[in-house]
Structures are given as C-alpha cells and as structure tokens.
Write a protein that binds this ligand. Structure first.
Ligand code: DC
Length: 227
C-alpha cells in the first residue's frame, strides 16, 4: 500500500529541477528519481552501439536489453548501464545533444513510463522530468512546473561549466536550450507541458533555497490534506 506522497517536478531544461528535486527529497527523506538520466542512459547505450536514434523500434529493443539503474555510489546519486557507472558520460555534449531525439519515440517513452511508475509505486518519491505530472504520475499529490527564462537558464549552465573548468559559450548555450525546449515541447507523445493541476514556479529571480522552501511548504500543505 502507498504510504507517502509522490512529488512530480516538471519543466524545461536548465530550470534547476534536478538540484531542487534532490534537495526536497533529502529534506523529506524521500527517494529522488531523475527520469532525464534514464533517457540519457539509453542515449549513451545507443551511441555506444551505433544504433540509429531515428528508429524507435530499434531503440526499444536496445532498451529492453539494457539494464538501467539509478543508484547511489559513494553517497552520490548516479546511473548505471549494465552495471557500469555512466554518471559522467551521460552529461557530456554527445549525449546531451542527442537525448531529445531518443526521447521523442512513443515506444521508448511507453517503456520508460512503465519503469518510472514501478519506481514510484510505494510513494515517497520526488521525480523530475518533462511528463511526470501529465503522464507518469497523473495522480501525484503535488505537481510543480518549474520554469526560468532562457537567458537565466543559459547563464546558470554557463557558470556551472566555468566552475568545473570546462569551456563554455553563453550564446551557444542559449541556442542549445532553445533547441531542446522546441523539440521537447513540440513532440507528439507526452510533450513538455504543465499539468492542469500543477503549481507553476518561475525561478528566474529566486535562489535555489527559496524554490526548495516553496516546494516544501506546498508539500506540507498537501500532506495535511491527505492525512
Ligand atoms: O532533464 P534532462 O536534461 O536530464 O533530460 C534529458 C532529456 O530527456 C531532455 O531533453 C528531455 C528528455 N526527457 C523527457 O523527454 N522526459 C522526461 N521525463 C525526462 C527527460
């Protein structure tokens, strides 16, 4: 039986979903589920195998043969593909620039959604993605749609790259973000869209702590309602 609530956090690339979701989960003692990492892991496997990322049935076959797990390694959340830790590889540009094309295929999404629903069956999760409130967990007790302007999202990414000592070009990042937004929101199956009952939080002028606080307070309200 489900004992605890599920929290769905959706929104465009770079709005701060994963940082915020991880912190909210930590505060509540919930499990954080990064669904983007699952699509990234499949993309990684497809590129390794030189699969055709335009071919949905090929990708589904590969997904069915691939063990993708969200695990904790040395206290850090990461993702494994057939037991290999690919946490770093899936954030590299090769995967980042291709993942939206992989995530577009309905057959891939159907299988991913099934896997994600199983992970949340017991409740007590904070799940972030693009279609969590609309397709994966339509009954989630709390749904948040987290946004920020393209300029702000690119700026955050730029600063993050520079702080890691990686090269970065702000204008290229803006273009990349616009492109991913476009593919993610215009695809036919489960496009990026705010669920009708989601609470929209625009984080453009908010700090991470402020966003986390706002979500925790909403969670508290909802918990009160379902007690
Ligand atoms: O959140 P992220 O940047 O790691 O997501 C990677 C890609 O996966 C993103 O371009 C959209 C896709 N995605 C999706 O279609 N549905 C999800 N639930 C999560 C991610």
């Amino acid at each position: 039986m489900k004992k605890q609530m599920n929290i769905a956090i959706d929104g465009p690339a770079g709005a701060g979903k994963s940082t915020v979701a991880r912190m909210v989960a930590e505060q509540l003692g919930f499990i954080y589920i990064d669904t983007g990492a699952m699509y990234r892991a499949l993309t990684y496997a497809a590129l390794k195998q030189q699969s055709d990322i335009q071919d949905g049935s090929d990708l589904l076959k590969l997904l069915n043969e691939t063990d993708i797990e969200l695990v904790k390694n040395n206290g850090k959340q990461t993702v494994t593909v057939n037991n290999k830790d690919v946490g770093e590889e899936i954030r590299l540009i090769d995967v980042t620039s291709k993942v939206s094309y992989v995530a577009r295929h309905p057959e891939v999404r159907e299988e991913m959604v099934k896997r994600q629903q199983i992970l949340a069956e017991q409740g007590g999760t904070v799940m972030d993605g693009r279609d969590i409130g609309t397709a994966v967990l339509p009954d989630a007790e709390l749904k948040v749609f987290l946004t920020a302007s393209v300029d702000e999202r690119a700026k955050r990414r730029h600063e993050e790259q520079l702080s890691k000592g990686q090269p970065s070009d702000l204008e290229v990042l803006k273009e990349e973000i616009r492109n991913r937004d476009k593919i993610d929101s215009e695809r036919e199956t489960a496009p990026l869209k705010k669920a009708e009952d989601a609470v929209e939080i625009d984080s453009t002028k908010m700090s991470i702590d402020e966003v986390v606080k706002a979500i925790l307070s909403l969670a508290d309200e909802r918990r009160g309602m379902i007690r």
